[in-house]
Design a protein around this ligand. Structure first.
Ligand SMILES: Cc1cc2nc3c(=O)[nH]c(=O)nc-3n(C[C@H](O)[C@H](O)[C@H](O)COP(=O)(O)OP(=O)(O)OC[C@H]3O[C@@H](n4cnc5c(N)ncnc54)[C@H](O)[C@@H]3O)c2cc1C
Length: 325
């Protein structure tokens, strides 16, 4: 059923940090402002982005610091526990993903909030498909602000759609730390979330198609982070495109090149439901072959530079050409 049309000065579509700021400021200046929001007033940042992720990082940093006490400041036993992190995200950051406070802040300034999906249907006209049912037509005398923000991008990798996976939203909402985790994408969000889960005990592999982590930042940043990740036991697969995801097969590893099995498999045999990664296939150089080779001679300094040919390294009987074992 269509509601009565409303005339306002400005319609803001999308009440994330950008839209909320614009809407609050315009309403505070005395204009009649309609805010249209499909999900939560405040957008990604307070509920699935900046704020809860920084709480997670703070907790992870505490663990990392605690682990450095030995030999520097005494002795400490560090036992990670995700429960307080999840609790703080629920109660202190997101109000259990309830935006009442933000919505009241806007309406308290005289703004009119419409919950639902907005579309521009004519010049100066926005039609809202209301979450509660029905449609609302809004006519904007002064203008329409489009602040639709972003959605988590799910890459078109064969097999991914049929595999339970997380985006940043599930990662932020989780009540449990997965036993292992493959993070697709070594940009800022991938590395920060990956490191947090690793510090809480997850075996993490970060896959990045570009040649290094943080490809949008200065090369030094990615290199430094790779060194930190190596120290913290986080595996990095850079310079390789992930070409397939297979859900739920522990072994054998069906397609080569392939990552080492111990890293590709995620879910514990009997555990909570969380992203059930199976094997993750990647293109370009076969890293597991390289590892196999390095496993046989890795401890010897300089071995990495004397690698056998990829074909030889791929063979289960490959040997270090320098040391012959
Ligand atoms: C894990 C993570 C960590 C981050 N950490 C930081 C950080 O530390 N610092 C930082 O600065 N940034 C960080 N960001 C980025 C930050 O969250 C975004 O830059 C910010 O949320 C963008 O704000 P926005 O208003 O443009 O869009 P969004 O926050 O995406 O909000 C857009 C809103 O529009 C709504 N919407 C879209 N289309 C419609 C429609 N047709 N009708 C009605 N409503 C609609 C959506 O429901 C959404 O609520 C992080 C992001 C993530 C995911």
């Amino acid at each position: 059923m269509a509601e009565q049309d409303r005339d306002v000065d400005v319609v803001v579509i999308g009440m994330g940090p950008g839209g909320e700021y614009a809407a609050d400021t315009l309403a505070g200046a005395g204009l009649t402002v309609a805010g249209v929001e499909d999900r939560l007033v405040g957008g990604e940042c307070p509920y699935w982005g900046c704020v809860p992720s920084k709480m997670m990082i703070r907790a992870g940093n505490l663990l990392a610091e605690g682990r450095r006490i030995g030999g520097m400041a005494g002795a400490a036993r560090v036992e990670p526990d995700w429960a307080p992190v999840a609790r703080r995200i629920r109660s202190e950051a997101t109000d259990t993903w309830d935006d009442a406070v933000a919505a009241d802040r806007f309406t308290g300034k005289g703004g009119i909030l419409f919950r639902g999906h907005g579309r521009i249907t004519a010049p100066g006209e926005v039609t809202v498909t209301l979450a509660a049912g029905g449609q609302q037509v809004l006519r904007a005398r002064r203008g329409i602000v489009i602040n639709a923000g972003t959605e988590p991008a799910v890459p078109p990798i064969p097999g991914l759609a049929g595999t339970p996976f997380w985006t940043n939203r599930e990662a932020i909402e989780t009540e449990q730390v997965p036993g292992s985790l493959v993070v697709l994408g070594g940009g800022a969000i991938g590395v920060e979330l990956g490191q947090v889960f690793a510090r809480f005990g997850s075996r993490v592999t970060v896959a990045e198609g570009a040649s290094r982590l943080l490809p949008l930042e200065e090369p030094e940043a990615g290199e430094l982070l790779a060194a930190v990740f190596a120290r913290e036991g986080i595996e990095v697969q850079a310079g390789q495109q992930v070409t397939g995801v297979t859900a739920g097969s522990r072994s054998p590893w069906p397609v080569a090149p392939n990552w080492p099995a111990r890293r590709c498999w995620s879910p514990p045999a009997a555990g909570p439901t969380w992203p059930a990664w199976g094997s993750v296939r990647s293109a370009s150089t076969p890293p597991c072959a390289r590892y196999r080779w390095m496993r046989s001679c890795g401890p010897r300094p300089g071995c990495g530079r004397s690698a056998t040919s990829p074909a030889r390294a791929r063979s289960p009987t490959c040997r270090c050409t320098r040391h012959g074992w």
